[in-house]
Design a protein around this ligand. Structure first.
Ligand code: HAM
Length: 423
């Protein structure tokens, strides 16, 4: 049997890869406008980074990491997300000392999670994410959310829902944690084994449990919103004020908890409302993580960011029927007949490409009709025809495939003339 692609991964073939390139280009463009600069970190890190960064009670760390021991006996993990690596690099390169603050970074690349594959859920997926470190101004929270929303809108998505919540500061979280433990403890035996172990370690994660979603205690669980202290409440209301100032609509959902441990204050998700989008509707997730930089060994530094996957973005575009402008067109196809003419097109093709045109010739020794057909398939704007007779007479026939006009051009100044025409 032939070898097949691993489960939960995909090949991105020509036809589809142009869409990826288009989206990646748009991501870079918007980051430039918002003044985020690219960071590229390794695809694998020491496992310890994710235990500390993502949190050792999260599903990601407990069930989903691709971890192995390398030949030198080191514990290594393929990155499941980009925030921990970005923060590690921020600390390692002492970016907290840079003259320009906050430090605003973006990344794009493959992440790996051993999840049950289904529509919109892959084991290798590509995240585009941003992280802003060094400011606890709620205007940065609004900026981060606004970048994600603008990115989607500029790509043509309309059916979006932004949901925000506040997880509060340390003090608020502690109060909420105690209330959650008191709420679940008497009946924790009715919950799944994961939730039982979460009760002491990380009770908030119980709220995110899929197995126990319908338990009656879930509906009556204490909401973080009711445990926010004054400072956290004020912070959250500023974020909302700034979102309104930018003109971004949102819903507050006190049940939004997010699956990673590092969050406090603002947490948010952007979902697709599009019909037929499928069960997994979250396109983008993010939030504030004051405290993570310290956790990774740096000085106390606030931070906030988001990540979104290109896979889910493409599904949303599909569900909304948005066509990306990625037609692949060719400037010129060289048709030749006769051996000498064929030889000549080798050099001519190179000159066309060197002058900046996308161009192609026949490599299969096809007859003239088949060469024209190939030009059609490539959607060539022009076809240049060279036979041995034309070659002898120093001319070449050029046909516009768009309007059908034809002309003869002097062969020795073809590139120059073609440049004038094709501009
Ligand atoms: P996350 O919610 O785990 O957050 O993932 C963010 C986004 O990555 C999701 O909303 C989804 O678009 C995409 N994603 C996650 N898992 C998969 C998968 N298996 N297949 C396809 N797409 C997936 C984080 O990763 C945080 N690091 C976000 C963040 C950045 N928070 C602060 N800064």
């Amino acid at each position: 049997m032939s070898i097949q692609i691993p489960r939960g991964t995909q090949d991105i073939l020509p036809g589809e890869s142009e869409k990826w390139q288009y989206i990646e280009k748009k991501a870079r463009e918007i980051c430039e406008r918002y003044q985020y600069r690219e960071i590229r970190t390794p695809i694998f890190e020491h496992t310890e980074l994710f235990l500390r960064g993502v949190g050792d009670t999260t599903d990601i760390v407990q069930k989903e990491m691709y971890s192995f021991t390398d030949r030198g006996g080191r514990e290594i993990t393929l990155r499941p997300e980009g925030t921990a690596s970005t923060v590690r690099s921020f600390v390692e390169h002492k970016m907290f000392g840079l003259p320009t603050q906050p430090v605003k970074l973006y990344y794009m690349g493959p992440m790996f999670r051993y999840e049950r594959p289904q529509a919109g859920r892959f084991r290798q997926f590509v995240q585009f994410g941003i992280e802003a470190m060094g400011s606890s101004d709620p205007a940065v929270d609004a900026e981060v959310i606004s970048l994600a929303m603008s990115f989607y809108k500029e790509l043509g998505l309309n059916k979006l829902k932004l949901v925000i919540n506040s997880l509060g500061d340390k003090e608020s979280r502690k109060a909420h944690r105690d209330a959650l433990i008191a709420h679940f403890q008497p009946r924790i035996g009715e919950f799944c084994r994961d939730c039982q172990s979460r009760l002491e370690k990380n009770p908030m994660r119980i709220l995110d449990c899929k197995a126990d979603r319908d338990h009656e205690l879930m509906k009556t669980a204490p909401s973080i919103i009711d445990y926010l202290n004054d400072a956290s409440r004020e912070y959250f209301s500023k974020v909302q004020q700034y979102l309104a100032a930018i003109g971004i609509e949102f819903e507050v959902d006190p049940n939004l908890v997010r699956g990673l441990d590092y969050y406090n204050h603002t947490a948010f998700e952007i979902m697709s409302n599009a019909e037929g989008f499928g069960a997994i509707t979250t396109l983008c997730g993010g939030g504030r993580y004051n405290g993570l930089v310290e956790e990774i060994g740096g000085p106390e530094t606030p931070g906030i960011g988001f990540a979104l996957s290109i896979e889910r973005l493409l599904s949303a575009l599909n569900a909304e029927g948005v066509e990306l402008p990625v037609e692949q067109k060719m400037d010129c196809y060289l048709v030749s007949l006769g051996e000498q003419a064929q030889d000549y097109t080798v050099g001519l093709l190179h000159q066309l490409r060197a002058a900046g045109f996308s161009a192609e010739r026949d490599y299969l020794g096809r007859k003239i009709k088949a060469q024209f057909k190939a030009a059609d398939r490539f959607q060539a704007k022009y076809v240049a025809v060279l036979g041995d007779d034309e070659l002898a007479a120093n001319k070449i026939a050029l046909k516009s495939m768009e309007d059908g006009t034809q002309m003869d051009l002097p062969l020795n100044s073809f590139i120059q003339k073609f440049t004038e025409l094709a501009k």
